[in-house]
Design a binder for this molecule. Sequence first.
Ligand code: SF4
Length: 692
Amino acid sequence: MHVVPSICTFCGVGCGLGLRVEEGRVIGVEPQPGHPVSEGQLCAKGWACSFAVEPAGRLREPLVRENGRLRPASWEEALARTAEGFQLALDELGPSGVGVISCAHASNEDNYAAQKFARAVLGTHNIDHCARICHSPSVAGLGRTLGSGAMSGGIADIDQADLLLVIGADVTENHAMIGARLLRAQARGATLIVVDPRRTRLARLADIHLQLRLGSNIALLNGLLHLILANGWEDRAFLAARCEGEAALRHHLANFDLAQCCVQTGLALAELERVAYLFSHARAAFTAYGMGITQFQSGTNNVIAVSNLVLACGQSGRPGTGINPLRGQNNVQGACDMGCLPDVYPGYQPAADPAVQARFGAAWGRPAPALPGLTSLAMSEAARRGQLRALMVMGEELVVTDPDQNQLLRALRALDFLVVVELRLSETARLADVVLPAAAFTEKDGTFTNCERRVQRIRQAVAPPGTARADWQILSALAACMGYSGMDWPDAEAVFAEMTALTPLFSAMDYPALAVAHGLQWPCDAAHPQGSPRLHERGFPRGRGRLLPVSQVPLDEVPDADYPFAFTTHRLHFHYGGGAMTRQSPLLERETPLALLFMHPADGAALGLGERQAVRVRSRRGRLETRVHLTDDVPPGTLAMPYHFREAPCNQLTNPAQDPISRMPELKACAVAVEPLAPGVTPRTTERHGRR
Ligand code: SF4
C-alpha cells in the first residue's frame, strides 16, 4: 500500500487527505498530518471519500441514446454524436442556441477547459455552474462593495478572533472542520453569535442565538447598523480612511423603525442591542455567512447588508476579521475563478471589456463571443422556449439540486440534444442523448481551490475505470472533433500553465510552487509570490469599500390559507449535494437514509402527526411524500427539508423566483401545505425520470 496526497472532494473547506492505494484501488483515506486547514483531521464525509469514487457502479464507456434507450458506444461514435448535436443547434440558432453547465466538483483544469470550449469552440458566453444557486450573490454583492466576492480572511483567522458572527450557515453540518474550529475558538474565550431561523447544532452551542424569522436578514442587519450608528459605536477612523457612501447610509438609516424591525425579525430589542454592542466593540470579529443569506431573491442585497455592518465597524483587513462567505462545494471557488460564469473570463476579467476580449481572442485564435451569456437558470428558460437547443452538463445533478424540478425537467426534455459528463448514471444523465464517462478526482492530476482561495494539488492515484477520461481530456477531444486544435494539451499541468499565463490573479503559480506547502492563496503574482492569506489589509480591490443602502425585501411567497407553512431547505452532516457521491457510502447512508420533513412538535400536534408519520407536502409547483421528524430545530409554522434525496426531492416544492441582480432563485423560502397520509400508508417515492 502507498499513500497519495490529495484533497477532500466534498465541501469547500479543502481538507488535506491521503489516498491509501493498494493494487490499483483506493481502499481508504487518512488525514494529511500538518495540513493548515484540517490539521490532521477529517469529518465523517472526508473519511468516506473513497466510497464516492468506487469503480463499482461507475460509467466505464460512453452511452448513446437509440430508440429511446441508452446503449454502450465507442468514444468515436459518442464524440461524433455530440459534435453533431452542437453543430445542428449552431446551424439553426447560432451561438445563443447552445450552452455548457460546468461543475463545482471538477478541477480548475476541467473548468478552465469548459469555459474555453464554450467561448472558443461554441462561440458563446452561455457558461455557468452551480455557484449560481449558492454564492452568485456573494460575487455580485461583495463585487459591488469590495471589488471581490471571495472570502477575505483565511480559515486560520478564526483562531485570532474574539467574536465569531455566523449568519445563515449551518457550519457543523456543511463545513464541519470550520465548525470544529469555531467551537475551539469559543472554548478559548471567543464569543460565538449565530443568526439562523433554525436551532442548528451550532446555534444550540452558541453564546447568543438570534432566531430571526425566515427571510428577515436585511431588517436584522439594518437594525444592528442603526443601533451602532445611533450610539456612535462605528469605527470612524476606518470609515474615513477606507470607505465611501457613509453619508447616504446614515441618511437611509436615520429614521429606521426599530419597532418594525422587531416585528419583522421576531427578535427583542434587547437582543439586537446586545449583539450590536458586542460586534462593534470586538477587538477582532470574524464574520461568516452561508446560503441562509444568499438563497433569497434579495440575496445580493443581503450580502451588501452584511458588508455594510462589517465595514461600519472596521472589522476587516486585520487578523481575526473579514467577510467570509463559506463556499459550498470543494471547487466552487475554483469554478468561479476559472471563468465558468457568463460575464467573466478566468480571474474575473470582465467578458464585456474589449481589451480582455482582444487578449483571450488572440491567445485562443478565435474571436470573443458577440452576445452576452445566459445564467444556468436562464438557459433552462431558453430551452423551454425553444431558444436553446443543445446543452452540455458536466457533473452537475441539476434534476436534484435546481429549483422547481418539474420546470427543469420540461426544459431538459425540450432540448434537441443533451450531453452529460458524469461518474455514474445520475438522474440528469438518465435524460441525456449522450453520456460520457468521467474520471474521478483520484484518477487525474489537477488543482482544487478551497473557500479561502487556497489552490491545492490533486494527483492521479489510480487509473479511471474502463475508458473514462478527465473532463479536460473529453473537452479537448470534442474540440478537435469540431475542428479546433487550441485545446490539444499534453497534460493537466499544461492546462494550468495556459490559465496562469492569461490570468493575473494566478500569474506566479505553477505546479512545483503549489506542491511546496499545501498550496497558495490567490492573488499570487509578482507582488505576492507567496500568495495572499488575507485580503483587504491596505485597500479593497475596488479602492474604497462602498457602503450601499439596502432595505428589507419581502419573500416572494409567504404562507396563506392554502399553503399555511413557511418551508426552507437545509443540508445534513452525513450527505452532500444531490447525494450522488455520499450515498455511495454505506456508513454515511446508514446515518441518514431518509429525507425527513422537519416540523415543530406543536405543528405536529395540531395536525395529529406522530414521529415518522407519513405526509404529503404540496407547494404551488409540485408535491412529494415523506415522513415527519418532530423537532424544535425549526420554529412553529416553519418546515425544513434536506435536498440530498432523489426519492423525495424537495426541489419539487421550491420557488424559482430570482434575485434580479445575481439570478439566484429563492431556494430558502416558499409556502407549502401538509396533509397526513392514512395510517400505515408508505410514502410514495418520486419516480425516476426518462428522456421521453
Ligand atoms: Fe471534506 Fe469538508 Fe469534511 Fe473537510 S470538512 S473532510 S473538506 S467534507
